[in-house]
Write a protein that binds this ligand. Sequence first.
Ligand SMILES: [Zn+2]
Ligand SMILES: [Zn+2]
Length: 170
Amino acid sequence: MPEASDPYWRLRPQPATPSDDICSCASLTPLLLQPHLSPNPLSCARCNLEVPPERIGFDEGLANALAYWLKLYDSLYFLWLDSGEFEEWAATHFRNPSSVVNSRGIELAEKVSNHQRCYLSWFQEEGDDTWVPPTECPRCSGPLHVRFEGERPEGGSLAICEACSIAILV
Ligand SMILES: [Zn+2]
Ligand SMILES: [Zn+2]
């Protein structure tokens, strides 16, 4: 871990994702569009670890659009994390299924799905004890289907709206 020996690690270029943080599932599973502090926001829907883009194979235009969307998402995410006056404002963007960050996320998940099925991982208000996962799709109010039941880390599952390409971590 660079953090242990280098007090300036946050000011250094980001190292590559360590191999034990890369998905090693036997077959290519559906994907989550899910920012996780790496330049690549694509994760395995089963093990939740990063899936290298070359394993999926898409064009540079889509890669650029994913990188751009990640910056937009992280901008809001850091405003949310910073708490204080930005927190509630940023949260409204994550809660609103029609916000730019969510509608572009769904659009990108659908474009990635032309190569491998991909869902936008719905924002969770981590640290808020009163947050409960939605029981219906936050966008179309349709039913959610449980997938990977108990197969995810810590026995978790996904609740999915196929029509909207949204996955909620439950
Ligand atoms: Zn995996
Ligand atoms: Zn839906």
